[in-house]
Ligand binder design. Structure first.
Ligand SMILES: [Zn+2]
Length: 167
């Protein structure tokens, strides 16, 4: 996804000009000269499995309301990535989890808000009670042969396929 170009410098507020930096279009401030690099944003989430069933949440809000994916979300600027995975899982499912290892890392280009990178952690439930949070319409565990539909986000769908293949 190619985002809308920015219009003003994030540092001094002056208008931006486009230029080419080794073939790649970038934007630079017309006053202070800062180049505004646009980078993928990090997201974090958890793969939580109990009795062979995986924890998924159903979106309440756009994009893709009604679709299912792993509990996950954007990492705050001053937040540790594992802490973000734990926080998002708690906010969306009510479950307190502890990350154990990295399940996988995936680039994504199909979120209309931002391109990014998601890191999914294997995590175990250590507390809490399963209930959908504010951002989620539903949260539940699903065995691989009874996954809910529709799913969303290519990275999540790929990770789910990998989870099934790994048995
Ligand atoms: Zn500037």
């Amino acid at each position: 996804m190619q985002p809308d170009p920015w219009t003003h410098c994030h540092y001094c507020g002056a208008p931006l000009v486009e230029f080419h930096d080794h073939q790649r279009p970038r934007q630079r401030c017309s006053r202070c000269g800062q180049i505004l690099y646009r980078n993928p944003v990090p997201a974090a989430g958890c793969v939580v499995v109990q009795h062979g069933a995986v924890l998924l949440v159903q979106r309440r809000r756009p994009p893709f309301p009604g679709h299912w994916h792993f509990p996950s979300g954007f990492v705050e600027y001053d937040e540790d990535i594992e802490a973000a995975a734990v926080r998002e899982t708690y906010e969306e499912t009510g479950l307190v989890v502890e990350p154990r290892s990295i399940f996988g890392a995936y680039s994504y280009f199909d979120d209309p808000r931002k391109n990014g990178i998601i890191i999914l952690f294997h995590a175990e439930v250590v507390g809490g009670t399963l209930r959908p949070g504010d951002d989620a319409a539903a949260a539940d565990f699903f065995p691989p042969d009874r996954l809910p539909q529709p799913l969303c986000f290519a990275a999540h769908i790929r990770a789910l396929r990998e989870w099934i293949e790994r048995g």
